[in-house]
Design a protein around this ligand. Structure first.
Ligand code: NDP
Length: 478
């Protein structure tokens, strides 16, 4: 998005428009890369759509499963046909219970405690990178340290869940699915509270003033965030905490809870439920194994912390990313051996591509272009950009390996894995396929957004790069 508000004066910088003219063809205005500075009408409509529709969807999905066997269209059809009234539908919206409030509070507090535990995994697991790690340089030129210990938190949380399920039985393993509705409302309370807190904090006590962005539109700022790296104290980082825990740590536990429920209701586990649990567990463990790498993803060095991350990580991720398991509780699907084999193959090959592509860029950037790619010295382009302290910085864009085939093959692998989760649920219902539809929109939009950002950051060098690697996600097609 093009900035309508001149940057000079807003943050006391030298006139960036003039200085960027002197740098014609090279990187753009200092620190302008990152999320938008101003909001046009289309963006505003998108903001309103996201703020109004997203909170409704997890609740609608919950109602459609618990009351209509996951028939997505039934609640709407009945409403249109006059078989139910809006008031009757509204009565299906869950409310908070004391049990769910206590469960959520215990879970959240436990995750905060785990967050502060020093990481032991990187001492005892060969090849794992954890402990104190450095993040990327922010648009304002800051570089923060993070205590990376997500794998440890995941292992402890999941081991405790399994120890309880198979041995201690302090609570039923189906506790999450049994309290799904009230927990969903608790997650919403958390999501809204943290988003409002982040907004107030950005104005009153920001962690890094120079890394804030104000678009001038309060709704846009609420959705996309103002602060880049809000923190409490030196170590509590909102972005890293909310993305990994409670959301992604909970993902595998929620799935296990679904599996237990299916067993309890139907007396057996379907191969589809095993596939969904297995494939998604690989994705989750991969995330925590590579948490140090995650510090260099767009989430961490592009997105500001607002409703999109705060509410998204609290509500959207634990509900909409786990909807295949939820569906299979109500609709146990038995796949033929060939179909199960096909889903497994698609899921594992998607994961392989996703990991290999991300690994290639990570080792290329960490070795400053020295690491070999597919056994050879990599080809790359040297590029320049300016951070908002007006310092000229250098970077490199990889042209070999997966990064020479298309510009975002990691997204392609991710989409293949996402499709596999949906196909595991058979083809009778639309419900589980929401995930692949959502992921396709998310990653295509993300791809375009990222390229827009890279163009703003690297200027005409980015055009040279896209001419050399012309496809985005699928070679010869897109
Ligand atoms: P990438 O890891 O692809 O990072 C994009 C950045 O990499 C660009 O902004 C640029 O940053 C740099 N870059 C671009 N081209 C090159 C190149 N040729 N050589 C070297 N660096 C390059 O994207 P994300 O951070 O979005 O995603 C990371 C992973 O997370 C992906 O696999 C994605 O599928 C996954 N993901 C999953 C989501 C989910 O909900 N399941 C959501 C979002 C992402 P720079 O400024 O450093 O040059």
């Amino acid at each position: 998005m093009k900035s309508k508000v001149p940057l000079a004066g807003r943050r006391g910088e030298a006139d960036p428009l003039n200085s960027s003219k002197k740098r014609a063809g090279n990187a753009q205005k200092p620190g302008e890369w990152g999320r938008a500075w101003s909001v046009d009408l289309l963006s505003m409509l998108a903001v309103l759509f996201v703020l109004c529709c997203c909170p409704v969807l997890p609740i609608y999905y919950y109602i459609s499963c618990t009351d209509y066997q996951c028939e997505l269209s039934t609640p709407i059809t009945k409403l249109v046909a006059g078989d139910v009234t809006l008031t009757q539908l509204w009565q299906h919206v869950p409310s908070v219970t004391a049990k769910a409030a206590a469960l959520y509070a215990i879970w959240f507090t436990f995750q905060v405690i785990l967050w502060y535990l020093p990481d032991v995994c990187h001492y005892i697991i060969p090849g794992y990178r954890g402990g104190v790690c450095l993040g990327a340089v922010t648009p304002a030129g800051n570089r923060l340290s993070y205590g990376v210990n997500g794998l440890q938190a995941w292992i402890i949380s999941n081991a405790l869940f399994l120890a309880n399920a198979f041995h201690f039985r302090w609570f039923s393993p189906t506790i999450i699915v049994d309290n799904y509705g009230p927990l969903l409302i608790m997650a919403n309370i958390m999501g809204y509270s943290v988003s409002i807190f982040a907004m107030v904090k950005a104005y009153l006590f920001p962690s890094f003033k120079s890394d804030r962005k104000f678009s001038g539109n309060i709704l846009y700022d609420f959705l996309m965030g103002i602060e880049f790296n809000p923190r409490i104290g030196k170590w509590f980082d909102f972005k890293l905490f909310y993305n990994g825990r409670p959301g992604i740590v909970a993902w595998t536990i929620i799935n296990m809870s679904y599996a237990w429920k299916q067993y309890e209701l139907h007396g057996h586990l379907t191969n589809s439920m095993v596939l969904v649990n297995g494939l998604q567990a690989i994705y989750v463990v991969d995330f925590f194994w590579n948490e140090a790498w995650y510090l260099n993803t767009i989430d961490m060095h592009h997105d500001h912390f607002g409703f999109m991350l705060g509410w998204g990580d609290s509500v959207w991720l634990p509900t909409m990313y786990t909807l295949q398991g939820f569906f299979l509780v109500f609709n146990p699907v038995h796949l033929s051996q060939a179909a199960a084999g096909g889903v497994l193959f698609l899921g594992l090959s998607g994961y392989y591509i996703f990991r290999a592509v991300n690994h290639q860029k990570d080792s290329f950037r960490r070795s400053d272009g020295q690491a070999t790619v597919w056994g050879s010295k990599p080809k790359y382009m040297k590029v320049e950009y300016y951070s908002s302290d007006n310092k000229k910085r250098q970077s490199k864009l990889l042209l070999s390996g997966w990064w020479g085939i298309a510009r975002h093959m990691n997204y392609t692998g991710d989409l293949m894995g996402s499709l596999a989760y949906c196909l595991a649920c058979g083809v009778t219902h639309l419900h589980p396929y929401f995930y692949i539809i959502f992921m396709t929109i998310l990653l295509v939009h993300r791809c375009v957004r990222d390229e827009h950002r890279c163009k703003a950051k690297y200027g005409s060098a980015w055009d040279e790069y896209t001419a050399k690697v012309p496809y985005r996600l699928i070679p010869m097609l897109f």
